[in-house]
Design a protein around this ligand. Structure first.
Ligand SMILES: [Fe+2]
Length: 152
């Protein structure tokens, strides 16, 4: 047995030293931080800002069955999202399209050039937490060409 001296483990000095998936998971578990903001909008996917700092933005989104974010990238941002409840379908698009089914606690990350669509194909509402870094929540729309891949 041995003692670990204090200050042996370096703690992150800024928020961006923590992986965005970890941030999203921590916020997802901390429902008191965002439950008062949660809405379900029958017209479109609901989204609202939970927190904005110089380093990152954290957003809450809700998805009723059938609601979707059309094919897009996130411009220069990097980040991650985590499913809090329900099931979300993510379609990652390069020249081909790869489908991921995401359930509670599962996350995906993105960076510049990452093109995807997210939607709720399930029968229950879904909730997700999204962390954006290196810029605000910008999106560029795409369409999918089966020959060339995503086209802006
Ligand atoms: Fe996205």
């Amino acid at each position: 047995m041995f003692a670990v001296p204090e200050n042996t483990v370096a703690l992150p000095s800024s928020a961006v030293a923590v992986h965005p998936v970890r941030v999203a998971l921590q916020v997802a578990l901390d429902r008191d931080r965002w439950k008062h903001l949660l809405r379900y909008d029958p017209e479109e996917r609901f989204s609202t800002l939970i927190e904005k700092t110089d380093d990152q933005e954290i957003w809450l989104m809700s998805w009723l069955p059938g609601q979707t974010a059309t094919l897009h990238d996130h411009a220069q941002t990097t980040g991650a999202f985590t499913v809090v409840s329900g099931v979300l379908t993510e379609v990652v698009t390069t020249r081909i399209q790869v489908v991921h089914q995401l359930v509670e606690g599962q996350s995906r990350v993105w960076g510049p050039g990452y093109v995807h669509q997210v939607r709720n194909d399930g029968t229950d509402p879904a909730i997700s937490i999204h962390v954006y870094r290196h810029g605000t929540r910008a999106m560029n729309a795409y369409r999918y060409d089966p020959v060339t891949g995503p086209v802006r």
